[in-house]
Design a protein around this ligand. Structure first.
Ligand code: CP
Length: 303
């Protein structure tokens, strides 16, 4: 039985197979409409979500399966003190596969150890968000035609941003990727990631100014400053509007640069940028359904 805790759980060859399947699903939806007939997915979300939970549910329903779950820890027996381990043992008798989001780092891994069904980490605290990474990789591969040979700027909250940490870990396995980390000093990329890049001799730069590096970028991955990860309101208020991508900044970018964002956004991308053909974040959210359909089929050994 396979689970998904980190994007590194799949080899690059396995990811390639997954992305080919996701593209086939996108182009031949009817072919997969009954692939999960009779199967049930449990979505156990102890933390808020729109895209991840609903795209998992949409994915399972589009495959012909059904969905059970909760979207709030307060409406589950976690509110009465039930452990994640006990919850997953029980859910193993109710469903065939489980997607779990939890505010505590490592909680889906604890669940995996006791689970009798495949568990998917749907985001654990500031740690990992592997299915967002699969979504990001599929988007880049589909819209750029490759996962190698580009300069990617990651901008915003690089300290707490689990999507950023997961994506960097996944991209270092591809050739000729140059990273530019754009953040205020307080939200810099963690040291362990810098150490990993140094050990692998992967080029990176840490800067404060988005304007300065904009012309170099093939991809710009914007992130939200996450209010829920701050310990005090004052720091959040000071940093929340540090970067705002607007049409003026977009004029500095290459004509084929893509703007990605895991969403939700708050103020970091002006709505006027949505009309720019380089704004790929809504298409990215749609790819999230196809890649999760491919993942469900793979983990249930139905692909
Ligand atoms: N990208 C993402 O994880 O969005 P949600 O928090 O809405 O699931």
């Amino acid at each position: 039985m396979r689970h998904l805790m980190s994007p590194l759980d799949f080899t690059t060859e396995e990811l390639e197979k997954l992305f080919c399947l996701a593209n086939d699903i996108e182009n031949n939806k009817a072919k997969y409409a009954h692939a999960c007939d009779g199967k049930i997915m449990a979505t156990c979300f102890y933390e808020p979500s729109t895209r991840t939970r609903l795209s998992f549910e949409s994915a399972m329903i589009r495959l012909g399966g059904q969905v059970i779950g909760f979207s709030d820890a307060g409406s589950s027996s976690a509110a009465k003190g039930e452990s994640v381990s006990d919850t997953i043992r029980v859910i193993s008798g109710y469903a065939d596969i489980c997607a779990m989001r939890h505010p505590k780092e490592g909680a889906p891994m604890v669940a995996m150890e006791k689970s009798l069904i495949p568990v998917i980490n749907a985001g654990d605290g500031g740690h990992q968000h592997p299915t967002q990474t699969l979504t990001d990789l599929l988007t880049i591969r589909s819209l750029k035609g490759t996962l190698s040979g580009f300069t990617i700027g990651l901008c915003g909250d690089l300290k707490f941003g689990r999507t950023v940490h997961s994506l960097i870990n996944a991209l270092v396995r591809y050739d000729n990727i140059n990273f530019i980390f754009i953040s205020p000093d307080e939200l810099k990329i963690p040291d362990y990631i810098i150490e990993m890049l140094k050990n692998k001799n992967i080029p990176y730069e840490e800067v404060n100014s988005l304007d300065e590096v904009m012309p170099q970028l093939d991809l710009l991955y914007m992130t939200r400053v996450q209010k829920e990860r701050f310990f005090n309101e004052e720091d959040y208020v000071r940093l929340k509007n540090y970067y705002i991508l607007d049409t003026e900044k977009m004029q500095l970018a290459k004509p084929d640069m893509l703007v990605l964002h895991p969403l939700p956004r708050v103020n970091e991308i002006s709505v006027e940028v949505d009309n720019d053909p380089r704004a790929a974040y809504f298409k990215q959210a749609e790819y999230g359904v196809y890649v999760r359909m491919a993942l469900i089929l793979t983990l249930l050994e139905l692909a």
